[in-house]
Each structure stands twice: as structure tokens, then as C-alpha cells.
Design a protein around this ligand. Structure first.
Ligand SMILES: [Zn+2]
Length: 134
């Protein structure tokens, strides 16, 4: 009984964490705040916010120059904090399934102008495309 209760509580915590993280799985416009000074970096991403944040974190750790935010932290000796503490989501872009499907198809054919990394390879959509050639 005790074990069950512990498992239930664990599972509830996991669900709460899941919900907290759900907003970081969208894409759109975000702001990254520096916790050590008033500076803020605004950016836009076609990929998930959490992936964009990881790229910033990686840039910070490896001193890559592809992130203005990371460059600021490095140059001023300010610290990198957790995503939940520094990342504000300003605007979320919702794509519906049909829109995603069509963008995916064009991206596969190299005809998409958008960032080619917008959508990850998807076996289900690949199968749909195979059965619906245009
Ligand atoms: Zn700073």
C-alpha cells in the first residue's frame, strides 16, 4: 500500500513537470533574461523553445559565437541559469496538423523556404506522403 502511494505521488509529480514543460515544446518568440543584470535577449525560433534554449546553453559551455545571449554571459562573466528561470515565452505559433503536413512535404522536396530544421523526420508522415504522391 505504501509503495503504491509513493508510486502515485511520483506519477503525479511527473505529470506536473510534464505540464510545466509543455509550453517549452512550442515555437515562436521568446526572451532570455540575464539573472545578473537587466539585459534581455529576444529571439524567434521555428523549433521548440527548449531546443533553442539547449543551443544557447551549448553555445555558453563551448564558447560558440552563434548565440548573442551566450556571448553576453561569457563576456560579462554572468551565469547561465535554468530555462524555467530565464526564458519567457512571448508568442507561440500553433500549426495545425494539416499545415504541418504540407510544410513537411515541401521541406522533404527541398521546396520549403522556412528553416529546414522546423520539422524532424516523421515516419508516419513519410508513410502518408508515400501513399499520396503529388
Ligand atoms: Zn548580464
Amino acid at each position: 500500500m505504501l509503495k503504491t502511494r509513493i508510486n502515485l505521488s511520483k506519477s503525479l509529480n511527473r505529470n506536473t513537470d510534464k505540464l510545466k514543460h509543455q509550453k517549452y515544446q512550442s515555437n515562436g518568440v521568446y526572451q532570455l533574461w540575464c539573472q545578473d543584470c537587466p539585459l534581455v535577449c529576444t529571439g524567434q525560433t521555428d523549433r521548440q523553445f527548449q531546443i533553442r534554449f539547449k543551443e544557447n546553453a551549448l553555445a555558453y559551455k563551448n564558447n560558440y559565437s552563434n548565440s548573442a545571449y551566450a556571448q553576453h554571459l561569457i563576456n560579462s562573466g554572468h551565469s547561465l541559469y535554468h530555462m524555467e528561470d530565464v526564458m519567457d515565452i512571448i508568442f507561440t505559433i500553433h500549426l495545425d496538423a494539416v499545415e504541418k503536413y504540407h510544410i513537411y512535404r515541401k521541406t522533404e522536396k527541398g521546396m520549403q523556404v522556412n528553416d529546414r530544421n522546423t520539422f524532424a523526420k516523421n515516419k508516419i508522415i513519410d508513410m502518408m506522403v508515400k501513399h499520396d504522391p503529388q
